[in-house]
Design a protein around this ligand. Structure first.
Ligand code: SAM
Length: 296
């Protein structure tokens, strides 16, 4: 799908997108996600159960950025290692960095199981990467950089650690896709003080115009592709239960919902999931934007 196709589809879904943008910019100037919050939330739940469903995204990132054995590669928000291990399998020298020590532990185990050795795993924040300027030939992130807050800092760090002429490849859920819509439903039942303190909705990284503004003239080329992953599920209800019980982010958001609203929430979440459920595939369709850039 081309960028103009993406824009058209996003325009079609404007109402839905606005409804899902319940994360609003902080009003007190110092609002934002703290590293401690991110570490706690992403270490909760069991993301390892979900990660294999996103392996095709990792393969796409590595393919589109033509990772080769000569490359030093950074995987930002590596989680359980989907991208880092895929890049290492191609012979690249890889560093995976993540805010969650729990997920890094699982990444180490996954690398061992996959028979991959040349990966260094480090704990750290996407908004303050512990690397010198121009350290990597390729900087990748599958759904990781998008949670670095504020996004200006995450953008600066992606650009800073990439060598001139190096490649950046990142994915994000699109604003009109299922998870942002589910998040919007859940957050509509929260009081303002219980809303996650993101400076901007993470999924704006799934909007080509926003990505273009963020990278600006620091990049020489910038390309967008929209694709989907099929997340296996037995029904919309089954997908809802799987998500709310395994995703640290949803567990955190739902923790703030009043017990009296929980029945309504379950119903609304199922209704939100239904249009994305493909009966013939036994799967929920999750749309994402893959952005690739070469750095000036
Ligand atoms: C949806 S998961 C994606 C994980 C992995 N890239 C994959 O393909 O499965 C988001 C990841 O971003 C990490 N993360 C969230 N905020 C972060 C931050 N500020 N700095 C570094 N990693 C972060 C989480 O711990 C989690 O591993």
């Amino acid at each position: 799908m081309t960028e103009s196709d993406t824009d058209a589809r996003n325009n079609e879904r404007t109402d839905e997108t606005n409804a899902s943008c319940a994360i609003t910019p902080g009003e007190d100037g110092d609002a934002g996600i703290s590293a401690d919050w991110a570490k706690r939330v992403w270490s909760a739940g069991s993301y390892a159960e979900t990660a294999p469903s996103y392996l095709s995204m990792a393969a796409a990132l590595v393919e589109k950025t033509a990772v080769s054995p000569e490359d030093e590669v950074l995987d930002v928000g590596c989680g359980t290692g989907n991208v880092a291990i895929t890049a290492a399998r191609r012979g690249a020298s890889v560093t995976g960095i993540d805010i969650s020590p729990t997920l890094l532990e699982q990444a180490r185990t996954n690398a061992e199981t996959a028979g991959v050795e040349d990966v260094s795993w480090q704990e750290g924040d996407a908004t303050a990467l512990p690397f010198e300027d121009n350290s990597f030939d390729v900087v990748l992130s599958n759904l990781g950089h998008m949670y670095g807050d504020p996004p200006e800092a995450a953008t600066r760090e992606l650009l800073r650690v990439t060598r001139p002429g190096g490649r950046i490849g990142v994915t994000s859920w699109t604003p009109s896709s299922l998870y942002p819509s589910m998040g919007g439903v859940a957050m509509s039942l929260l009081t303002p003080e219980d809303l996650p303190d993101f400076s901007a909705p993470p999924f704006l990284w799934g909007d080509p115009g926003t990505v273009r503004d963020r990278f600006g003239d620091a990049v020489e080329t910038l390309q967008f592709e929209t694709d989907t992953v099929q997340y296996p599920a037995l029904s919309p209800d089954a997908f809802r239960e799987q998500t709310v019980s395994t995703s640290g982010l949803f567990i955190e958001i739902l923790d703030g919902v009043d017990d009296s609203d929980r029945q309504t929430l379950r119903k609304q979440l199922t209704e939100t999931i239904e249009p994305y459920f493909d009966e013939r595939a036994n799967a929920v369709e999750l749309e994402y934007l893959l952005s690739t850039a070469t750095v000036n």
